[in-house]
Design a protein. Structure first.
Length: 260
């Protein structure tokens, strides 16, 4: 684990692993999760890429005062991490809220992003299609165990043999209640719609067709909005397609990145 201090005093914790001679691949996780989100997946990329992950403000080992964070400010942190790791460019793969952060990274730092992969994410704002009211109500339960069960079912299909306690994508247990609320606001306030046509990086959009957490129609919206974007929908997959359908989705990402 490595650390560096940002210009505003945050201590950002990050990891750089994999092929030392390979190109950089920045992996951006979902809302209220540390970089452990990628623990079960990054090995799929490390023989060919130098993978970079980091803990967002409010998560993991990163230390930062609670503030009015946004997906755009998190994208600025992401750019700083890539440069701190010693790279001027990187491929970027963001899932869920990480895909929203990745949008701003490609918009605000086009010189940094070589190729862009957006997974199980949305453009945000008034044009995004949000989860239905039943899902919203289920996630608002005050019982932590019940909420974890609901979240697990939204992430994985019934065919998934893993258990909730084995998953690294159900939230960072070290987060404070305040940081958790701020992350919810970060994600819910995201709106890159007007700027998506500015993305110049070749873009792949991945989504599961059984994703009720971020409905798959958002993949269509992103494809239509980002110039030259291509889309692949995984049959039967839910929000954590990248974990449950690891081999299939990683193969798609690798094929796309290798084309650059």
């Amino acid at each position: 684990m490595r650390e560096f201090t940002t210009s505003d005093g945050a201590r950002i914790s990050y990891r750089v692993e994999g092929n030392q001679d390979g190109p950089a691949l920045l992996l951006l996780q979902g809302q209220a999760n540390s970089q452990r989100w990628w623990d079960g997946v990054r090995t799929e990329f490390e023989s060919r890429f130098r993978t970079i992950t980091f803990d967002y403000r409010g998560t993991g080992a990163t230390s930062a005062p609670e503030a009015d964070w946004t997906t755009r400010s998190f994208a600025a942190d992401a750019a700083a991490v890539v440069r701190e790791a010693g790279y001027s460019q990187a491929h970027v793969y963001g899932t869920s809220m990480g895909g929203r952060i990745a949008q701003w990274l490609a918009i605000d730092h086009p010189e940094l992003v070589v190729r862009l992969v957006l997974g199980c994410t949305t453009p945000g704002g008034a044009h995004a299609v949000e989860r239905d009211q039943q899902v919203r109500r289920s996630l608002m339960t005050p019982d932590p165990a019940e909420r974890r069960r609901v979240l697990f079912e939204l992430m994985y299909t019934d065919a998934w043999t893993g258990a909730p306690e084995q998953s690294t994508v159900l939230g960072d247990p070290s987060m404070t209640p305040g940081a958790t609320r701020l992350h919810l606001r970060v994600s819910s306030r995201h709106d890159a719609w007007d700027h998506l046509p500015e993305i110049t990086a070749p873009t792949l959009i991945l989504h599961g067709d059984d994703d009720r957490f971020a409905p798959v129609v958002n993949a269509d919206l992103l494809e239509q909005r980002i110039p030259g974007a291509t889309k692949h929908v995984l049959t039967g997959a839910r929000h954590a397609y990248f974990d449950e359908f690891r081999e299939e989705s990683a193969a798609l990402v690798l094929k796309f990145l290798d084309a650059g």
